[in-house]
Design a protein around this ligand. Structure first.
Ligand SMILES: [Mg+2]
Length: 330
């Protein structure tokens, strides 16, 4: 069977099918934003890997090499943030054509290191290989977190409130703008492009939510808010009811939707590459909301269920059908 017939998540099922449950030092294996490894005492190591492929995830016509390096880092740090961890080291694997411009690689790594310095993250190793294909950048990030502060996808319980940081959907609009969809003001256009090309991982927010024991479950919004929330629902064995009237829509996204005819709710739920954090908490209206370092929006409620995201209000909702981004669907 071809991968395009199977689908990305079914492929992951195929890989994990024969995998025994995590045991020994491995506290959490496949199935969350990071693997969690017991470091002794109350310490845990978090590890995640992400790959970016030229022509699939980036184009050097729309992003600078420095920006590309910063985004590669952000994508990985976002997964560490989603577990409540502090990122520490990264490892970079580069597959590049012998004809590639070395300056581009140097500038990309420079961008990664400059951004890494802001987060106290060091480039600690990696690998380089030649390829005839497109430029492939794979980054492995390592982080640290006290064992009792790690936030998993599986901790949501009925009655919890659902929150999201920032304004998801902007990145998908930024991608459309980068591809030539026009009609928004230069200021909005710049804001949407920045949200797509230079996402800011919510490392501080993730740490805050885990150290204050606010979040019962958490995930980063990489494949679309609706699909990512479904991962929490499945891992936790619950449903969620998301109120479309509560979804945060940035002014820039609103303006983009006005001119492009797109539905802002669809953009917020179905856009990708936001790198915001979605989480559940039993501490609804918690004081942290007002003092938080970024915008926090209460968007829904966890209910008893079987792993579905529902859109509407409790008692009157429809199942959210759209799947998260699938790399193998055509
Ligand atoms: Mg993730």
């Amino acid at each position: 069977m071809r991968l395009s017939d199977l689908g990305e998540f079914e492929l992951i099922d195929l890989i994990t099918h024969h995998q025994p449950d995590a045991h020994g030092r491995l506290l959490k294996g496949i199935g969350d934003d990071c693997a969690v490894i017991d470091g002794g005492g109350n310490s845990a190591t978090l590890i995640t890997v992400d790959t970016m492929v030229e022509g699939v995830h980036f184009s050097l016509e729309t992003s600078t090499p420095e920006g590309l390096g910063a985004k590669l880092l952000a994508v990985n740090l976002s997964d560490i943030a989603a577990m409540g961890g502090t990122p520490t080291e990264v490892f970079l694997a580069i597959s590049a054509s012998p004809d590639s411009d070395a300056t581009i690689i140097e500038r990309m790594v420079g961008g990664l290191q400059t951004s890494g310095a802001r987060f106290g993250v060091q480039l600690a190793g990696g690998d380089t290989t030649a390829t005839d294909g497109p430029l492939v950048l794979s980054l492995t990030a390592v982080g640290a977190c006290p064992v009792d502060e790690v936030v998993y996808r599986s901790g949501a319980v009925p009655g919890d409130a659902v929150y999201v940081t920032g304004t998801p959907g902007d990145s998908a609009a930024g991608l459309a703008v980068s591809k030539g969809v026009d009609g928004v003001t230069p200021a909005y256009r710049e804001m949407l492009l920045r949200r797509h090309l230079r996402p800011e991982p919510r490392v501080e927010a993730g740490r805050d939510l885990s150290t204050r024991k606010v979040a019962s479950s958490m995930i980063d919004v990489s494949d679309g808010l609706g699909g990512d929330l479904r991962h929490i629902c499945r891992a936790s064995g619950v449903d969620m009811v998301i109120d479309p009237d509560r979804l945060p829509i940035s002014e820039a996204l609103g303006a983009f939707c006005d001119t492009s005819g797109q539905n802002p709710i669809d953009m917020v739920l179905g856009g990708g590459e936001d790198y915001e954090l979605a989480f559940t908490t039993c501490k609804h209206n918690f004081a942290v909301e007002a003092s938080f370092e970024c915008r926090l929006s209460y968007i829904g409620t966890v209910t008893e269920g079987v792993g579905e995201v529902r859109i509407g209000t409790v008692g009157s909702s429809q199942r959210y059908e759209k799947k998260g981004f699938d790399h193998y669907s055509r």
